[in-house]
Design a protein around this ligand. Structure first.
Ligand SMILES: Nc1ncnc2c1ncn2[C@@H]1O[C@H](COP(=O)(O)OP(=O)(O)OP(=O)(O)O)[C@@H](O)[C@H]1O
Length: 352
């Protein structure tokens, strides 16, 4: 598969100080890529650079083998969908979708036909004469999607397209965008700060941290094999403990605190202070006082449906750990930490 979009050593910002620093990545034709990261890390700025609304300070951008670094937005073969829909409120659904086609001087019959096709694609047949102000959020985002796809872009840029929708509608529109992308085969780059959304929609995720790429890979790679503490945190391993890795005569051990048997490590790691990450649902809580794990005390619990998520004081840290039954505030617990669910990083690599 040829590369659809190629970004090479891009640095960009709004004034002399760059927001994006030395960003490079390739996206294959037909690939769905999510740009994931916390607020302010530069996701929207990167989308602005890709779409041509913000010039680069240095670096190059290619679509196929054509360099588009200095091309204006309308010459990039891209379309954009915004969080706020950005529809023209004084226009009907038809007029919104037809607008860019008129600018391209398409003839009337062809426009009517294209708009109809788009309405069918996004399941809004019969809505063409409605003012967009008379639509729900989910319907408005479908119109925005239809408007963007009407120009048949090879690349669709989506800036938090689901953030303004409530949870149920979000799940439906999420599925619709994904299946449209598979059906029509366009390349998609979507900004999100939601790990679950990125994992469920994207073929590949690029995680940004303070304007740099922290890690890029498939959802499975990032979930199972985060390379930094920051990525582990972002991929749901948001509990954090400090530990010490030491080599002894019978192997490599992780020390997490008093009363806690050292955890035997199977993969190679440098000795020294480490940052240990784990997911709430992958750790066992025990009320057995003789158990050998980390000792802690329950502060509160919250019902999740399948289980209860407990806030547990572990020494100076609090962690969130699941248990099938609710344990009352003040319950003494021990926490077993199997090596295979721990993500361990040298403490110096801590990013947050
Ligand atoms: N128009 C602008 N002028 C100056 N600085 C800006 C402008 N827009 C964004 N910034 C700054 O650039 C940085 C990155 O912002 P950006 O909007 O790209 O982040 P983001 O990852 O999309 O965040 P969010 O998830 O909150 O939308 C922030 O520090 C922000 O304050």
């Amino acid at each position: 598969m040829s590369s659809s979009l190629s970004v090479s050593a891009v640095t960009a910002g709004y004034d002399a100080a760059p927001i994006l620093k030395d960003i490079s990545f390739d996206i294959q034709r037909g690939e769905f890529v999510a740009l994931l990261g916390p607020s302010g890390c530069g996701k929207t700025t990167l989308l602005q650079v890709l779409s041509g609304f913000l010039p680069v300070q240095s670096g190059q951008i290619f679509v196929g083998d054509q360099e588009i670094t200095r091309q204006p937005p309308e010459r990039r073969d891209m379309a954009m969908v915004f969080q706020s829909y950005a529809l023209w409120p004084h226009m009907t659904v038809f007029q919104n979708i037809a607008y860019a086609l008129k600018l391209r001087r398409m003839d009337k019959t062809a426009i009517a036909q294209r708009v109809q096709e788009m309405l069918e694609l996004v399941n809004l047949e019969g809505y063409e004469h409605r003012p967009v102000t008379a639509l729900s959020g989910g319907q408005r985002q479908r119109v925005a999607l239809a408007r963007a796809l009407a120009v048949q872009p090879s690349i669709l840029l989506l800036d938090e397209p689901l953030s303004n929708l409530d949870a149920r509608v979000r799940a439906v529109v999420r599925h619709e965008i994904k299946s449209l992308q598979k059906k029509l085969g366009f390349t998609a780059v979507m900004v999100t700060h939601d790990q679950e959304e990125a994992m469920s929609m994207a073929d590949r995720i690029i995680i940004l941290n303070q304007g740099r790429i922290e890690q890029a890979g498939s959802p499975q790679e990032l979930y199972r094999n985060p390379q930094t503490s920051f990525v582990a945190d972002f991929m749901g391993a948001d509990n954090r403990l400090s530990g010490l890795v030491r080599q002894s005569y019978d192997g490599l051990h992780l020390y997490l605190g008093e009363h806690c048997e050292p955890v035997v490590l199977n993969s190679p790691l440098d000795e020294g202070a480490v940052d240990v990450r784990f997911r709430s649902e992958e750790i066992q809580l025990s009320t057995d006082a003789s158990a050998s794990g980390l000792r802690g005390e329950v502060l509160q619990n919250a019902y999740l449906g399948q289980s209860y998520r407990h806030t547990v004081q572990l020494g100076e840290t609090t962690c969130l750990i699941d248990h099938p039954e609710p344990l009352a505030e003040g319950t003494h617990v021990s926490v077993t930490l199997p090596a295979d669910v721990l993500h361990i990083f040298p403490a110096r690599k801590q990013a947050a």
